[in-house]
Design a protein around this ligand. Structure first.
Ligand code: SIN
Ligand code: MN
Length: 279
């Protein structure tokens, strides 16, 4: 039994569950050792921070990289996700968020589902994020902030920040020639929540910042309100975030699809590997 009935209730109540040191140090080392190669690959799947020199995120590494492929099929991840969603799932998106020491930039307050619904046509919020701490996450290195219970508000339909206002706000030169979907991935997000909404939600529900050593894992709901501050500490904060979608919730109706590495069209159900898949 990987997650209990109590975990499931907590997920439904709070919109997330936190499992400290869920992966062993040996398993974390295997994942960590696979990072330099994917960070070094200069491709559209790699998004730099706006200063242009450090990696912000890398997308879709579960396809080309054997370690991350196996991670995306790890039973300790996939079995709880199937339990939460009640059936077969596929990998919708796989990303590594680097949040580098002395430079990792913010993620503004947002909900994930609005991106998947509006950009990709995901019909319902029947997906789960699995967030794996590759480094220790502390109060210093830009932890994720969650507003617990905020997923119960459903999708808050904020207007898209349009391209013009992005430019007026000064989209850094380094992104100026990027495709339109870049605004889903940078510090200035296309669908971020305004201050009034966040203040209201926090007054009602509070804020938590789950912290813990490497190998810890969060499972979170697509509508939980979250964000993270920048990292001015000397400590990296690498997270791997894998989004699984129910095979009953295939996106529909979007003509201009985002690239495969942002919204996968490989709907084949994930078949979990053995528990020692990373070792
Ligand atoms: C996200 O919201 O998808 C990522 C936030 C983070 O890496 O801190
Ligand atoms: Mn997010």
């Amino acid at each position: 039994m990987l997650i209990t009935e109590e975990h499931l209730r907590a997920y439904q109540e709070n919109g997330f569950i936190f499992l400290p040191e869920y992966f062993s140090k040996a398993e974390v080392e295997v994942m960590k050792a696979a990072l330099p190669r994917v960070f070094a690959e200069n491709s559209p799947q790699r998004v730099m921070e706006k200063e242009g020199s450090s990696v912000r995120s890398v997308y879709g590494s579960h396809v080309g990289n054997d370690v991350f492929h196996r991670l995306s099929r790890h039973p300790r991840i996939v079995a709880p996700v199937m339990r939460i969603l009640g059936g077969d799932v596929y990998v919708y998106q796989f990303k590594i968020n680097a949040k580098a020491a002395f430079g990792g930039d913010v993620w503004e307050w947002h909900q994930d589902y609005i991106f998947w619904h509006k950009e990709d046509g995901m019909p319902a919020a029947r997906a789960v994020n699995v967030i794996i701490f590759i480094d220790e996450v502390s109060e210093f290195n830009g932890p994720l902030f969650f507003i617990p219970g905020s997923h119960k508000e459903g999708m808050i339909d904020v207007p898209a920040r349009d391209a013009l206002s992005m430019n007026e706000a000064g989209v850094p030169e380094s992104y100026r020639h990027s495709p339109p979907w870049i605004t889903n991935l940078t510090a200035r997000l296309k669908y971020s929540l305004d201050r009034e909404t966040v203040a209201e939600m926090v007054a009602e529900h509070g804020i938590v910042a789950p912290k813990g050593s490497s190998g810890s894992v969060l499972f979170s709901h697509p509508n939980i309100i979250h964000g993270s501050p920048n990292n001015i500490s000397p400590f990296d904060r690498v997270l791997i975030i894998i989004t699984y979608n129910s095979t009953q919730n295939i996106p529909v109706g979007v003509v201009e699809r985002r690239p495969e590495f942002l919204a996968s069209h490989d709907f084949k159900p994930v078949v979990p590997l053995r528990d020692d898949a990373l070792l």
